[in-house]
Design a protein around this ligand. Sequence first.
Ligand SMILES: [Zn+2]
Length: 624
Amino acid sequence: MAAMSTNVVQNVFVAQNRQIATQYQRDSSAPNTCKLLPFHGGKLAWTGISSMHMHTWSKFHSGFANRRPIFCNAATTTAVPSLDKVDFLKLQNGSDIRGVAVPGVEGEPISLTEPVTEAIAAAFAAWLCDKRKADATRPLKVSIGHDSRISAQKLQDAVSRGITGAGLEVIQYGLASTPAMFNSTMTEDEAFFCPVDGAIMITASHLPFNRNGFKFFTNAGGLGKPDIKDILDRAADIYKSFTDESLSQSKKRASELVKKADYMTVYTSDLVKAVRKAAGNIEKPLEGFHIVVDAGNGAGGFFAAKVLEPLGAITSGSQFLEPDGMFPNHIPNPEDKAAMKAITKAVLANKADLGIIFDTDVDRSAAVDSTGRELNRNRLIALMSAIVLEEHPGTTIVTDSVTSDGLTTFIEKKLGGKHHRFKRGYKNVIDEAIRLNAVGEESHLAIETSGHGALKENHWLDDGAYLMVKLLNKLASARASGNGGGSKVLTDLVEGLEEPGFAVELRLKINQNHPDLKGRIKLISRENSRPFREYGEAVLKHLDNYVASDPKLQKAPVNYEGLRVSGYGGWFLLRLSLHDPVLPLNIEGPTDADAVKLGIAVASAVKEFPALDTSVLDKFVQGS
Ligand SMILES: [Zn+2]
């Protein structure tokens, strides 16, 4: 059976190359129409693809290599004149790509057009070929999935064209979750063309309807920032070389070569198996539990029918499970107040044991207990820490930088673990946990207040559905051991977590056109492409000095991002946003009056920086 599937794949590839080679042969008599492998400045733009092609062609079509220079010289002819100029690097958002994919919002023109998307996908294919040094016996395979956004289909088609145009195989999964896409690089199942060599998720997580973007995976995990920059650099070159003919050729090829698979069936059955196994191989370990799901019309609706119900749970009262890219009910985001209110209401109205909520692409999640208590942000971290520390006593929990002091006390004093508070950004947190393990400090959980959480046992994949599976395991095992039903077992696990009486996040914007910014930066350095960063750093340095002179304030001895300071029974963190001219300020205190005292300290220190817009801070300080 396995051998047969391999043959099928090989045959597809032979046929595919024959078609490409035939195309080139045809083109040899009409050189000006040869644009499959565009040239730049005498060098192939798709270096990875070209080397793979040459390798495979030399195996299957040995005569082709000799003719290549003739075809490729012809490819320098006409780029598509109608394509807009695009600053590809502006599409980078940390380790993701994000842009505007549909019109309808004033001042937000489309940046993720179909040709831009096709160029990015082709660039990923080239990057992947370079990384994988493609095996000549088969083409590389890339899976593509998407969330519920209205631009999903259009972008999926464009991504497919970019990948197939590069000579790689495409398997479309349709509506999928981000973690499922990563999973497809590890699944061993030839019937579903797995494992794939690379995976692309088309999503902009919780952002508004007009946005979209891409996340990329190999079996080593999600791509990091340098890889994304590399891909965008390659995409800019590929884009410049597009011609009308190359674009229409790629359309034709994609329609012939794209395969489809219902991979979510594989992924969800893995989740079901994980819960059954943890419960001692009981077929329906959640029998009788009433669990409501709120997918916010994102991609997470599968969790009710494909995970909870096979495990025996009752899911009536679940809401917004149907995908709808206009998100008519609430933003699918477990950090959003309205979203949490909606799932809480559903839990109480249905007298459910537990509520589960996902973000649009299901890499983030949160829960609500039967009393309506929200288990998100610091509470979700505390809960997951309690579960993981039961399994791995003493382990280090890596979190983002805005976690509360009470969480540290809870993890270290009550649970006996170690809290390593790192930086914002799920990739930063996950990479830090991996690094700690590599240098001999055991860590099993990396989790952000945003609801991104990754476990070592799950290949450091940040999977909102898997986090919820860990909660379900706990429910099932507690009942099996006679510790009652319902979500009380979860609520009990976070007992003793001290929570701030007051918490706020204020975003202080840097006005990049203000003369103070320009004047000050001239003094610091004349050449800086992102002067707001230097200005922001100057603000932080000044605040640091201010704190040192105030005996009521103590700077955190270990800190990896911005300036974190304790005082008045609470703390504040001022940090510089990674991408935007903004300094987010988080303040937590036992009361709002304490938080205001911390706010006043910050306001007094930063008033010497007129390019920093402190109006929200001033309002907070005065409004109390
Ligand atoms: Zn997400």
